[in-house]
Design a protein around this ligand. Structure first.
Ligand code: ES4
Ligand code: ZN
Length: 381
């Protein structure tokens, strides 16, 4: 008999207990080595188990992008929202994208099923449950208020629903978290202003502001003023840049918006001076390998530049982006990148370390997470 184990939050637990478990692992992987009963050795769990249990921060996940087809169906029924799909299978079959815009169209369509505060709670709590199974100890989560306020949903419903789940996630899974409010860059700067104004009564519940949606043609400088205002309110800044857009958008995200992290940033590789700046100032890139392949930023995972940039000393991190649409949560992104690029155990540890370095944490909390990571690495051989 061969029992399957994974390392989860530093503990060995049967895989079947993990919420992310997706049926049996191939026999060869699971049972390739003798299990030494009572000893928690690295070879017992293999590279995948090591990765899943690795304490990590997830810094680039859109909460609306964690809406699984099953929940989309349930919420559509609950809220009487008509869907053009007849089944969960039909929804999944529609997830074939040719670029960012072809994805965004379906992503905004899916978000229409979210109405009540409880919906935002359920969505966020389900994400945190999966994240806990992936060793996530800190989650900094994006939300797109304009996707909801544009349909008449009050921003209060969105923020309080998500925030209640973050509190529950802290209590139940010990996940530390923060909320990042993103402006949709295909909408006007005025709309972004109105959104910030509406959000200010909830300022204590926000960590940072971000910029997402259709990148090309909507450069960072379009939002110069609103990001200035957000910074004066004490909000930190991140921005999607260099996903489909040119390196100049990354420069502008840094110099105009004062972004502390760059979301994606993969096209920075085209500009050696920019790479030098990112490395020199240790500005993190929150990369999302499965997303980039699904949206055809790279033809395959094997051609992704994550490992190359990591080797050049950039603060690369691995994240999930829109896991319900792109075929995997953060653990899946680590595993897939590791297999396609041949990441070493040392590189995987650096990626997890980078995630805590890049997180917006107080010194003591950062130190505690890094110490937890060290203990995990030590215990797993
Ligand atoms: C997004 Cl992958 C990606 N890029 C830009 N904006 C987004 N919003 C949700 N997912
Ligand atoms: Zn994103």
């Amino acid at each position: 008999m061969c029992l399957r184990f994974s390392l989860s939050m530093g503990k060995l637990v049967p895989r079947d207990l993990l919420t992310h478990a997706k049926g049996p692992m191939p026999l060869r992987k699971a049972c390739g080595r003798a299990i030494l009963w009572g000893e928690q050795r690295r070879e017992d769990v293999g590279m995948e188990g090591f990765i899943r249990g690795l304490p990590k921060a997830e810094l680039h996940v859109h909460i609306e992008g964690t809406l699984e087809p099953e929940m989309m169906f349930d919420l559509a029924r609950r809220n009487n929202v008509p869907l053009r799909f007849g089944s969960v299978e039909e929804i999944r079959a529609a997830y074939e994208f040719s670029d960012l815009q072809s994805f965004l169209d379906i992503y905004y369509e899916g978000a229409r099923v979210l109405h009540a505060e409880q919906d935002f709670f359920d969505l966020t709590f389900a994400y945190l449950q999966r994240a806990a199974g992936d060793g996530v100890r800190r989650a900094e989560i994006f939300f797109d208020p304009q996707t909801h306020t544009g349909r008449g949903i009050p921003i209060e419903t969105v923020i309080t629903g998500i925030n209640r789940a973050l509190e529950a996630g802290r209590a139940e899974f010990g996940i530390s978290s923060g909320l990042i409010m993103c402006f949709l860059r295909h909408l006007s700067a005025e709309s972004a202003h109105e959104t910030l104004e509406m959000a200010l009564p909830f300022r204590p519940l926000l960590l940072a502001v971000g910029l997402d949606s259709s990148e090309v043609g909507n450069p960072p400088e379009k939002f110069d003023a609103v990001f200035g205002w957000a910074r004066r309110e004490g909000l930190l800044v991140v921005a999607h840049a260099g996903e489909e857009g040119p390196p100049d958008y990354v420069w502008k995200a840094l110099d105009v918006l004062h972004a502390r992290r760059v979301d994606h940033g993969v096209r920075a590789e085209e500009d050696p001076d920019l790479l030098f700046r990112l490395a020199e100032e240790r500005i993190p890139l929150t990369m999302c390998p499965l997303s980039n392949v699904k949206l055809r930023v790279f033809p395959s995972l094997a051609e992704h530049n994550l490992k190359r940039l990591l080797k050049q000393g950039l603060v690369v991190t691995i994240n999930s982006d829109d896991p319900a649409y792109f075929g995997g949560y953060v653990g899946d992104n680590y595993v897939a990148a590791s297999e396609a690029l041949g990441l070493t155990r040392g590189e995987l540890i650096v990626l997890a370390k980078n995630s805590f370095e890049a997180a917006f944490l107080r010194v003591e909390e950062r130190r505690a997470f890094l110490a937890e990571l060290d203990r995990y690495v030590e215990a797993s051989g």
